[in-house]
Design a protein around this ligand. Structure first.
Ligand SMILES: O=c1ccn([C@@H]2O[C@H](COP(=O)(O)O)[C@@H](O)[C@H]2O)c(=O)[nH]1
Length: 256
């Protein structure tokens, strides 16, 4: 299970606003309360960069605070011409020491490859996303082979990377497509957002997304971190994280 740190000053409990760095204080308490259930944390970079230099500072402190054995994802959805991607990669893999970054594949090979040039770092490529608008481009069918665009993204990008440096984003709201996606990417992990607040089904994605080779990194952000607005918010978040983690353990037993 991955806990999404989409930390929004308008949504965190009011009493934290008195602290010196409310965003970090919120994250600190959430990490303390959930780390025993989490294999990954995913700060969504938008929530930090929107706050300017203070937000970047909160992000850096959060990254430093996450226990070193837990995988970190910069949900930044970057990707640009090669020399620019190279600097995005440097920003998230060197200046900040994230283990992975989400990347948008729209600009193709030279925009993705710079992220793959770092040892022991992962690219998590947007394949079939959880949002409604994903249908606008990702489902366009290529008349030559009748494949939707997102299948091309997966098939082509697998030629650029080994399976231990490439994951795909597959929304939990896309459960009907997971069986097919697993067929074309049998050895890649999937980052699965969209459970909880977006209504995706953990049971359905697990049925087809898990196999004996690899699995799913299921993310929940709002469903865990904003479960309570009270002083004991972290305890409530911990209970929610435990619930999801236990459900995942059950599904892992059932489907592998
Ligand atoms: O397809 C995608 C890709 C990324 N996301 C991000 O994941 C979290 C989901 O948050 P919830 O509160 O659990 O809905 C958020 O940071 C999104 O930007 C996604 O939802 N879908």
């Amino acid at each position: 299970m991955c806990v999404g740190l989409d930390t929004d000053l308008d949504k965190i409990p009011r009493h934290l606003l008195d602290s010196e760095d409310p965003v970090f204080e919120f994250n600190r308490q959430i990490i303390d309360a959930t780390h025993e259930y989490a294999v990954a944390y995913k700060p969504n970079i938008a929530f930090y960069e929107a706050l300017g230099p203070r937000g970047w500072e909160s992000l850096a402190k959060t990254l430093e605070y996450i226990p070193k054995n837990i995988f970190t994802i910069a949900d930044a959805k970057r990707g640009d011409i090669g020399n620019t991607s190279k600097l995005y990669a440097k920003a998230f893999f060197e200046t900040m020491d994230f283990d992975s970054i989400t990347v948008a594949p729209y600009m193709g090979e030279d925009s993705v490859k710079p992220f793959l040039e770092f040892d022991n770092k992962w690219v998590i490529l947007l394949a079939h996303t959880s949002n409604v608008g994903s249908a606008d481009f990702q489902l366009i069918i290529d008349e030559r082979d009748h494949r939707p665009l997102y299948e091309h993204v997966i098939i082509k990008s697998r030629e650029w990377a080994t399976t231990d440096q490439l994951m795909f984003v597959v929304g939990a709201t896309r459960a009907d497509k997971v069986e097919r996606i697993r067929e074309i990417a049998p050895e890649n992990f999937f980052l699965v957002p969209g459970v909880g607040a977006q209504g995706g089904s953990l049971e359905e994605v697990s049925k087809y997304g898990l196999n004996s080779e690899c699995g799913l990194l299921v993310n929940s952000s709002r469903g865990i971190i904003y479960v309570s607005q009270h002083e004991n918010f972290a305890k409530e978040a911990s209970k929610e994280a435990a619930k999801i983690q236990q459900e995942m353990a059950r599904l892992l037993d059932q489907y592998t």
